[in-house]
Design a protein around this ligand. Structure first.
Ligand code: UDP
Ligand code: MG
Length: 312
């Protein structure tokens, strides 16, 4: 009887410090799951360090190691997509290289899919231990806002670490958008997902690639990609200002007619002009963001460019 295959997709960007630990953990996990063929699909996302060399070293001595290497850094989302395209396991998992996604959870995830009938098993952190408080605060705000304005549910603390059936993976690959936001994409495709909770684990080695600004940009990407509420906000703002202006007009009319008030009013005028200008620019900015995304999608560029791979 042939064994079922599990493909682990591992995006790697400058992970030379942590890869040896990861490879160790991978070999250990493969021993714990003797009933399955475990394969690792490393996606080298344009690393500038020895990441690719290390991966190639492993691939040479271990045929379970597959890799694909990009021509430059395309981002984690592109890496996940490429990994999906190149993996053919019966089950596919996305896992970070830094061991923040504990491989020990795999058996539990497999159980959820095989015994409990779920289509995917995803993980979420219940604590944010070891993370700067300001980052946790903004992360929480983001999830609250996102779930308010988007119809696709996004779980607070959800990681990209998840195991899924081949059918689930194929559904995700049908979403060929250029601006990818996995947390939303995973939710959008539907199916039954079991959430497995775990305590936050700190990076084994190396450094996080996410600066505050990168995270902010990522959140905006998520909001633009999965909600059109900001466009509605622009209209609501417009209407609100119109109504306020009308009320103000009535007040001024009455005041002038009853008490006569010939010259005063230029400070209020300045405020109103500035405020109107601000609101208009703000709304144009929102429109511009959607337009720019549309522009990028319309170009229909490839999500990634592969430079080298050992997968046929
Ligand atoms: N990563 C990537 N491309 C990037 C940034 C990150 O492939 O441009 C990979 C990285 O190598 C790691 C995973 O995505 O395996 C998560 O990155 P990181 O640990 O920096 O993020 P955090 O865990 O802090 O959210
Ligand atoms: Mg990490």
């Amino acid at each position: 009887m042939t064994k079922e295959k599990i493909s682990l997709v591992i995006p790697c960007y400058n992970e030379e410090d942590v890869l040896p630990y990861f490879y160790q953990a991978f070999c250990k996990e493969a021993e714990e799951l003797p009933d399955y063929d475990l394969e690792a699909v490393f996606v080298n996302d344009g690393s500038a360090d020895r990441t690719l060399e290390l991966i190639k070293e492993y691939a040479e001595k271990d045929e379970r190691i597959k890799f694909i290497s990009f021509s430059r850094n395309f981002g984690k989302e592109a890496a996940i997509y490429a990994g999906f395209e190149k993996s053919d396991g019966d089950y596919v998992a996305v896992m970070d290289a830094d061991l923040q996604d504990p491989p020990e959870l795999l058996p539990q995830m497999l159980h959820a899919i095989k015994e409990e009938g779920y289509d995917s098993a995803a993980t979420r952190r219940v604590t944010r231990k070891g993370e700067p408080p300001i980052r946790s605060f903004f992360a929480r705000c983001f999830y609250k806002l996102m779930n308010r304005i988007s119809t696709t549910e996004i779980m607070d603390g959800a990681r990209d670490y998840r195991l899924m059936t081949r059918q689930f993976k194929e559904a995700i690959m049908q979403m060929k958008e250029y601006n990818r936001f996995s947390k939303g994409i995973f939710g959008w495709v539907g199916f039954q997902t079991k959430w497995i909770e775990f305590e936050n684990v700190e990076r084994k080695a190396g450094e996080t690639k996410w600066s505050f600004w990168k995270l902010l940009k990522y959140s905006i990407e998520g909001i633009i990609g999965f909600s059109v509420a900001p466009l509605a906000i622009a209209s609501v703002l417009g209407i609100t200002v119109c109504i306020a202006a009308f009320i103000f007009l009535v007040i001024i009319l009455i005041r002038t007619l009853c008490f006569g008030d010939p010259v005063a009013g230029w400070p209020s005028m300045t405020c109103i002009i500035l405020m109107m200008g601000g609101i208009q620019l703000f709304c144009m900015g929102i429109l511009g963001m959607y337009l720019s995304k549309t522009y990028l999608e319309a170009k229909d560029r490839p999500i990634y460019i592969c430079k080298e791979t050992n997968i046929e």
